[in-house]
Write a protein that binds this ligand. Structure first.
Ligand SMILES: Nc1ncnc2c1ncn2[C@@H]1O[C@H](COP(=O)(O)OP(=O)(O)OP(=O)(O)O)[C@@H](O)[C@H]1O
Length: 581
């Protein structure tokens, strides 16, 4: 049912029913009438996260929150979850959520937030071994998607039951409805065939879809989804949006989405809350988009291209040769005779639907996948001019610079590790800082003074290219020279940085050693507009040399820093089969 048909429905009602219907429609779901919003613990004299917020959501409306940076957008959604302080608080009886006041319901039970911001699995400081997923799965990781996310539902008969209480007819009917919803959602979102796979085996996009289904099944009154489209392929995006639309139309649950500025805004969204620094501009979608266009004087594509392309025609020596490469898990073939040669100087966009094998293919090339060793007979894998088994994995780590959601999650968040030290781990592709001036120890366990000197200069170079001088400072930015703000940034504790700043540092880590092969998987994740612009400018300019090869993995063609006209090549995986487009 579309929003329009919902409103038109009122024409068929009797006057009394019509009045009740329009009362219901004008009921307030969220209400903030002129408050500042602070982080808990911050005094009122501190700078608020948002000031003078006036935001009301009516039952009849369909809202999305749009922001350029992920941290502000997440903060606004977290405000609705009660994780930030609203001052003055919206007064009773309605409070922040008037719709929950009659009958009174606890917002903690009624509001759910699904956020896909990076949640480091390594917050204790140790490296979380994400490559475990590629090998023989350990017993503790064997728990399936069905058991892990939906284990509590009786209708799935997962947990052995002890004493079984007889169910009332109402309970049986409710359970049947729930089972139907579960089957409908998992079916529409392409999860049915994955339910009995180990949870760790699921791809990024598959896991995201499963988390959304889990949240819907918990039956919240209001579901907040932070960037639900990020990481989803082209086919899954409209499917998810149509599922969300039908749920929201039934208000079971109501949905408020957080979107990046570059995400398409679904047709059924009627209102927007646009975040501009510490202000929130709210209103009807058309008005807000007009204001935004007038303000920016441009389209919604906020990622302009700068500088000239540096793509070398034809490419140089091969850095990776894959011939009939296969990856199989028992009977499941995830890569099927993939043939691909990546050469020095080339720029590639690796495409493919969720679950098509992109991450698996990358893990074969980085040597993290155990089956990278076992390509025999017709199958062959050569990396940097040597057969894979002849090149130690530690050596590969120093030849390949990589950014990926898995690595970002796994990178150790050790207290008192500086930005400088984190960047320095990139030379040897390790996770623990060490060596003179935090520049690592190389493959031999010791570096000559010349190499240390080169490495120190390289850290300074990437900091001057990608540090806050390139994205945060208002003054003139002199690439090639480390500014005071970059210097101060290099000393900051990595754990204390925002998600976007951490992503920038991990990009610097990937590029610092000028590796022959650079793999950029969802590289913009968490970054705000200014950071994305700075990173794109750097990658298109001096950040990547003409002899380095780059593979970008993204579901959004416009996110790749190079275009096909400039020489970008595309490799597409379809259910494990590779094709050079
Ligand atoms: N141990 C395993 N057993 C069975 N299937 C597995 C295992 N590990 C991975 N898979 C399957 O391999 C397929 C490829 O996963 P991969 O992570 O490479 O996909 P992807 O293309 O990177 O997806 P996304 O775009 O969602 O990140 C998925 O369907 C996944 O469920």
């Amino acid at each position: 049912m579309s929003v329009c048909s919902r409103n038109d429905a009122s024409r068929f009602f009797t006057p009394t029913v019509q009045r009740a219907y329009s009362d219901q429609q004008s009921k307030l779901v969220v209400h903030i009438a002129g408050s500042n919003i602070y982080r808990f613990g911050d005094p009122n004299i501190a700078a608020p996260v948002f000031r003078d917020v006036r935001w009301s959501i009516k039952e009849s409306e369909n809202w999305a929150v749009v922001g350029s940076g992920s941290s502000q957008k997440t903060a606004l959604l977290q405000t609705l979850q009660g994780h930030l302080r609203i001052t003055p608080p919206p007064p009773p009886p309605g409070g922040l959520f008037p719709f929950l006041s009659d009958p009174p319901r606890d917002p903690h039970d009624a509001i759910a937030l699904v956020s896909f911001a990076h949640r480091p699995r390594s917050s204790g400081g140790a490296f979380y071994d994400y490559t475990a997923r590629y090998g023989a799965i350990r017993d503790e990781d064997k728990i399936t998607l069905r058991e892990s996310m939906f284990g509590d539902y009786d209708f799935l008969n997962i947990r052995p039951k002890g004493h079984i209480e007889a169910k009332t007819p109402v309970e049986i009917a409710t359970e049947r409805v729930k089972k139907d919803i579960f089957e409908d959602l998992t079916g529409r979102l392409g999860l049915t065939s994955l339910l009995d796979l180990p949870l760790v085996a699921l791809s990024n996009g598959q896991t995201r879809r499963a988390r959304i289904v889990k949240a819907i099944m918990s039956e919240p009154e209001l579901l907040l989804l932070d960037e639900p489209l990020t990481g989803l392929d082209l086919n899954n995006r409209p499917t998810l949006l149509s599922v969300l639309e039908s749920l929201h139309n039934a208000r079971k649950p109501r949905i408020v989405m957080g979107l990046r500025k570059q995400d398409p805004i679904p047709d059924w969204i009627t209102h927007l809350a646009l975040i501009k620094d510490d202000r929130i501009i709210t209103g009807e979608k058309g008005d807000i988009l007009d204001q935004q266009a007038a303000h920016e004087g441009a389209s919604r594509d906020i990622i302009p291209s700068h500088g000239g392309p540096r793509i070398r025609e034809g490419g140089g020596k091969p850095v990776a040769i894959l011939k009939n490469v296969n990856v199989t898990y028992s009977t499941r073939k995830v890569l099927n005779s993939v043939n691909w040669t990546i050469r020095e100087g080339q720029r590639w966009h690796l495409q493919g639907a969720n679950g098509s094998g992109k991450t698996t293919l990358m893990s074969v090339i980085t040597g993290d996948h155990p089956q990278s060793y076992t390509q025999r007979g017709e199958s062959y894998l050569e990396l940097f001019s040597r057969p894979r088994p002849k090149i130690p994995t530690s050596h590969l780590r120093s030849l390949i610079g990589i950014v990926s959601p898995e690595l970002t999650n796994a990178y150790p968040r050790r207290a008192q590790t500086s930005v400088w030290e984190v960047i320095g781990t990139g030379f040897d592709g390790v996770f623990v800082p060490g060596g003179k001036n935090g520049t690592g120890i190389g493959l031999e366990g010791e570096l000559t003074d010349d190499v240390v000197h080169w490495r120190v200069n390289r850290i300074r170079e990437v900091l001057s290219g990608l540090g806050p001088g390139s994205w945060a400072s208002k003054g003139a930015h002199n690439e090639g020279q480390m500014s005071e703000v970059d210097e101060a940034f290099s000393k900051r504790d990595f754990t204390g940085l925002s998600a976007g700043e951490q992503s920038m540092v991990l990009l610097m880590r990937a590029l610092v050693g000028r590796p022959q092969l650079v793999l950029l998987d969802e590289v913009w994740s968490g970054m705000d507009d200014a950071m994305v612009r700075a990173a794109r400018r750097y990658l298109r300019g001096d950040g990547i040399g003409p002899d380095q090869a780059v593979v970008v993995i993204s579901h959004w063609e416009e996110e790749v820093p190079w275009s096909v006209e400039e020489g970008l090549q595309r490799f597409r995986l379809e259910e494990g089969n590779g094709k050079h487009l």
